[in-house]
Ligand binder design. Structure first.
Ligand SMILES: C[S@@+](CC[C@H](N)C(=O)[O-])C[C@H]1O[C@@H](n2cnc3c(N)ncnc32)[C@H](O)[C@@H]1O
Length: 258
């Protein structure tokens, strides 16, 4: 093995430019091909109804982000990660394809339970995003949540899939599982004039104020904020029974005063 490594290093040392030329050309062709096939997947899954209830973020990674230049998928991962402390215990509700648990949350979390009621989503997550830290489970959150205490519960791109009554029951189950300092975080889409943006959406909030009013029924400390992109209005939330100190720490770090 050492001999192979030193031979490769010697080859690179003497032939770096021609090697890089070939590698970059191959990568260019593979990216074009991958973009094309992921575009085809997008059309097959989303141009004709019924659409799936979860999104395969490989489509974002290989095609849609570059095409749309819209960072929504990644900002969702990053904003949830803000609330996750080192060695956090995370419950991710309605995890879909598992992309975010693997790419964003696992770097800090000690343990993640990611649940979704769609066996196909969990099968996909287990196949593509297997990790010692992540336990993917098929579970309908209207029926039950896993037992235990969690420092973070994430409900991302999914609260809108429930009625207001269902949300209330789920919030009560969340409250019973968050640690005293625990944080619920997530994102939802603000209702557009043209009506529900997905057939499986049960309640799209009209404004960030409406979402905040719902959250303060359960949590003492709530922060909501939005991002607006050409085709959609997004709202993010952090909610806890304790002050959301991580936000102050983050601002202090950003200002260079921590
Ligand atoms: C738009 S996807 C979001 C998935 C993932 N959080 C993401 O950001 O990509 C909504 C997810 O909620 C799941 N879901 C809907 N109702 C559910 C329920 N009652 N229990 C568990 N998961 C549910 C769907 O299967 C779907 O994966």
């Amino acid at each position: 093995m050492e001999l192979v490594k030193s031979s490769i290093k010697s080859l690179i040392r003497h032939q770096r430019d021609p090697l890089l030329f070939i590698i970059k050309q191959v990568n260019h062709v593979l990216r074009k091909l991958s973009s094309l096939t992921h575009k085809a997947q997008l059309y097959c899954q989303w141009a004709v109804k019924p659409n799936p209830e979860w999104f395969d973020h490989f489509i974002d990674q290989h095609y849609q982000w570059t095409q749309s230049k819209n960072p929504l998928s990644w900002e969702r991962g990053i904003f949830n990660l803000l609330a996750i402390g080192q060695n956090a215990t995370v419950l991710e509700m309605c995890c879909g394809d598992g992309f975010n648990a693997y790419h964003f949350y696992a770097i800090r979390a000690a343990q993640i339970i990611s649940i979704d009621f769609d066996p196909q989503a969990i099968k996909h997550a287990t196949k593509h995003f297997k990790s010692d830290k992540i336990d993917y489970q098929v579970r309908d959150i209207r029926q039950s949540l896993p037992e235990g205490k969690f420092s973070n519960i994430i409900w991302d791109a999914a609260i809108e899939h429930f009625t207001l009554v269902e949300m209330d029951n789920i919030f009560n189950a969340i409250m019973a599982r968050l640690t005293p300092q625990g944080v619920l975080s997530g994102y939802t889409i603000i209702a557009a004039d043209h009506g529900a943006s997905h057939d499986d959406h049960e309640h799209e909030f009209e404004s960030k104020e409406e979402l905040k009013a719902k959250l303060v029924q359960f949590f003492k400390h709530v922060v909501v904020f939005d991002t607006k992109y050409p085709d959609r209005h997004n709202v993010y939330f952090f909610a806890s029974q304790a002050p959301l100190n991580f936000l102050a720490d983050f601002q202090a770090t950003a200002n260079g005063s921590l």
